[in-house]
Design a protein around this ligand. Structure first.
Ligand code: BTN
Length: 258
């Protein structure tokens, strides 16, 4: 694996509650940057916004990386955008067709989700102490393995390509890209990551609904700013910077009803 990720710092488990929880436990005990926790199955896989990440055994990738970037908490979202870029690049290398990055960091094929990223961090007054970046990627999942409600909303590399993939190869491809972009981020900052993110962007120029904790609004997704916020032009012309929350494509919502 070389460099950032090494065999010594990689831990494989048959089953965990959540690889993010285990990686956070290790980080609290001082685990180094590049510590990697991989689970074949998760009994309590976590998604963003308190959702469940369905994690059956033997088919997908569920892994979490311990990072210790020298950044302020406001910039932690940039690490998750970087992870989306790494995932997008890895999918291109593996010739998985039609993958885009949905802000902040879902890997999508059309309106179906191929992968998701959950970032959790620990902060001290001096800055970010550690960041856990958890990635779930649907590799060999067959769509009849998920509930009926989920079936039209997910996809997998196998469903897209017809190929049964070697999960270690897919993981290796992701880690290669991640290590490259992580290094680039340290040297050059967020600018090249942002540029690459925009190449894979899913919703720019399209109408979206932004769901925040207490409110929601619709508008057109315009751009990703230098800090990693999504810029959305509201219907009244005002431009909002969105850092947290959920963004849904309004044209997809129409598709789903037909
Ligand atoms: C999302 O799209 O909502 C984020 C999903 C993140 C799932 C991964 S699977 C590995 C890691 N462990 C977890 O419990 N969650 C993340």
């Amino acid at each position: 694996m070389g460099g950032l990720f090494t065999e010594e710092r990689t831990l494989f488990y048959d089953e965990l509650t959540s690889s993010n929880v285990e990686a956070a436990r290790l980080a609290r005990q001082g685990a180094e940057e590049g510590t990697l926790v991989v689970a074949d199955a998760q009994s309590g896989g976590k998604g963003r916004l308190g959702r469940v990440w369905t994690s059956p055994a033997g088919v997908n990738l569920y892994f979490s990386m311990v990072m210790r970037p020298k950044i302020s908490p406001e910039n932690a979202a940039q690490m998750t955008l970087l992870t989306g870029v790494a995932g997008h690049e890895a999918m291109q290398r593996l010739q998985v067709p039609g993958v885009s990055i949905k802000w902040p960091n879902d890997l999508m094929v059309g309106s179906r989700k191929l992968g998701g990223i959950l970032t959790e961090m620990n902060v001290r007054s001096s800055g970010v102490r550690w960041v856990i970046i958890g990635v779930g990627l649907n590799v060999n999942l067959e769509l009849d393995q998920v509930s009926r409600e989920m079936r039209h909303r997910v996809t997998s590399i196998r469903a897209l390509t017809g190929r049964l993939m070697d999960r270690v190869e897919v993981l290796g491809s992701f880690l290669e890209s991640f290590a490259k972009w992580r290094y680039c981020f340290d040297i050059e900052g967020f600018t090249p990551v942002r540029r690459r993110w925009l190449e894979g962007a899913h919703e720019l120029g399209r109408r979206v609904q932004v769901n925040l904790t207490h409110t929601r609004f619709s508008g057109r997704a315009l751009d990703l700013d230098q800090d990693g916020f999504l810029l959305v032009e509201r219907d009244n012309g005002q431009v909002s910077r969105v850092l947290a929350g959920d963004v849904a494509l309004l044209d997809d919502a129409v598709d789903a009803n037909h």
